[in-house]
Design a binder for this molecule. Structure first.
Ligand code: AMP
Ligand code: MG
Length: 509
């Protein structure tokens, strides 16, 4: 049988066929009122070379071979009708107007027989939504997106996926720390895959410009194409749909909290209507457990998107989506039902997550204080989140020295301070924590920034072996992998504490 390539897949273009679009194709940065998309073409790149490939995503699509020309944006095949999506968004709490796919280009949707998946190139050139920027992506941020979206999926966190990473052969100029020292970096393109890349901001742009006809068309399209069992017929139906979106968002954020993920830029244009983790930029993973931590240097002052505030920001973002959809309702005052539903869903998912992380089996009175005291202890003793929970999952006696490898500052006798909490927890679970549950809730391996940074520095020298090793290992993050333990089951090494790319990341990508 012939091996299946991108050109032999079954392509369709439901979004273009089902929503209003730009009359003009391509062109420079401009406002595009009344449209959900603009037709564009990926810009040809000098030398696309395939560097990373996800067999799982290829399998979902029914693909056997990679075509560098297509994945690098140098070729379009029959059935593709590439476009950039128009959306807006609240950035850091302020309405930013029209944003849109400034460097992402959707090639089309693939009908897999079971479902439809949108295939998008990120970093393949300018679109009408590029504003002042170049439409490119650098290798560093592309490796981070490729590895993290796949790692998140395998951790059980809803996420957009990555099929491939291609280097373009082109140099891209970036001022990484915004300090007036721009430098050339290798360019790259990640091919992303998801049910769709529709965002909260995709709806907001029409609501906030008073274009309720286009808003309605997009809502109807989205519900019909992606939310079976829902409809846009009346207020009740819209509220039910919004509750579903709220629940999915709460679920994903509860999972971020479980694994210690900090998105870093939870602007409403980076909130997927499906509740996927989307747009991997200056994200990070908690090392020392610090709820005030954000990896994003652009957010260093107010820390709006810090780890401990993600659920609250999720609610704020849901509220912006509700305001937008409210324009289609007779009684928009009822929208609070969907916001309450978000809080209820988050509470439920969060409680479930904590019971699993601590092997409690079920939630009891008093567990709240056990958890809040744990959170205080984790901070007081500067303890590594991932290592701590994994060691706790395997502990045989409630003895503090078992936790020593998780503690950063060991000089002050910190490990011993854990004794009292451990005894309480041990008594709560009658000496029999639900271990299997804990081992599925507490990953052994996550993509810490310094790990990604080592992979990036090697890849920039042409060696992708570390990136591939991490990709492979992070496909089973709950397995022990004794062969990887010494290298990757570690708290943050000292060199990474204050290093660019490891503890601090900018939006420059
Ligand atoms: P982000 O915060 O990275 O999700 O991006 C915010 C907006 O800036 C989106 O509209 C992006 O498409 C756009 N953007 C980011 N980087 C670039 C770039 N290099 N070229 C064009 N547009 C970009
Ligand atoms: Mg974005």
């Amino acid at each position: 049988m012939a091996r299946k390539s991108l050109s032999s897949l079954s392509w369709k273009n439901r979004f273009i066929d089902g929503t209003p679009g730009d009359k003009e194709a391509g062109g420079g940065p401009r406002q595009v009122p009344g449209a959900c998309w603009s037709r564009v073409r990926p810009e040809p790149m000098p030398n696309p070379v395939l560097r990373m490939w996800s067999c799982e995503v290829a399998g979902m699509l029914g693909l056997d071979v990679a075509d560098e020309k297509i994945l690098g944006g140098n070729k379009i095949v029959m059935g593709m009708d590439p476009y950039a999506q128009r959306y807006g968004g609240h950035q850091f709490g302020n309405w930013a107007g029209q944003l849109g796919d400034g460097r992402a280009i959707t090639l089309g949707e693939v009908d897999t027989g079971k479902t439809s998946l949108e295939i998008q190139l990120k970093g393949s050139g300018r679109t009408p939504y590029s504003r002042f920027a170049d439409g490119r992506a650098v290798l560093r941020s592309s490796i981070r997106e490729f590895l993290c979206s796949e790692a998140m999926h395998h951790l059980g966190v809803p996420s957009t996926r990555a099929l491939s990473l291609v280097t373009t052969g082109e140099e891209v100029i970036r001022d990484v720390m915004y300090d007036g020292r721009p430098a050339a970096e290798p360019g790259a393109i990640v091919c992303r895959v998801a049910d769709s890349f529709i965002r909260f901001g995709s709806f907001q742009i029409h609501a906030n410009t008073g274009d309720f006809t286009t808003l309605r068309a997009l809502v109807e399209y989205t519900i019909e194409s992606h939310f079976p069992g829902h409809s846009a017929d009346c207020d009740d139906a819209l509220i039910e749909w919004l509750k579903e979106v709220a629940d999915r968002t709460a679920f994903t954020i509860a999972h971020w909290m479980r694994v210690g993920f900090v998105h870093g830029v939870m602007n409403t244009d980076n909130m997927s209507i499906h509740g996927f983790t989307i747009d991997y930029g200056p994200y990070g993973w908690l090392e020392g457990y610090d709820p005030t931590w954000t990896p994003n240097t652009t957010d260093a002052m107010t820390k709006r998107y810090r780890y401990g505030q993600q659920a609250e920001v999720g609610a704020w973002n849901i509220a912006r989506l509700l305001e937008a959809i409210g324009h289609l309702m007779r009684e928009p005052t009822r929208l609070h039902e969907a916001l309450e539903s978000y809080y209820d869903a988050y509470r439920e998912h969060s409680t479930g997550m904590w019971s699993k992380k601590l092997g409690l089996g079920h939630f009891e009175a008093g567990d709240d204080t056990l958890i809040s005291d744990l959170i205080s202890m984790l901070q007081l003793t500067e303890t590594d989140m991932t290592v701590f929970f994994r060691l706790l999952s395997n502990i045989e006696k409630p003895e503090a020295e078992h936790l020593t490898p998780a503690i950063y500052n060991q000089e002050e006798g910190a490990p011993l301070e854990w004794g009292a909490w451990l005894t309480r927890w041990w008594n709560r679970v009658n000496g029999e924590p639900a271990r299997a549950m804990m081992l599925r809730a507490n990953p052994k391996y996550v993509l810490r920034n310094w790990m990604a940074q080592i992979a990036i520095e090697s890849a920039e020298k042409g060696d992708y072996s570390v990136a591939m090793e991490l990709h492979e290992m992070l496909k089973s993050p709950y397995d022990e992998h004794p062969e990887h333990e010494e290298k990757w089951f570690l708290k943050r090494p000292e060199w990474a504490r204050n290093r660019v790319g490891s503890s601090m990341l900018s939006c420059s990508s």
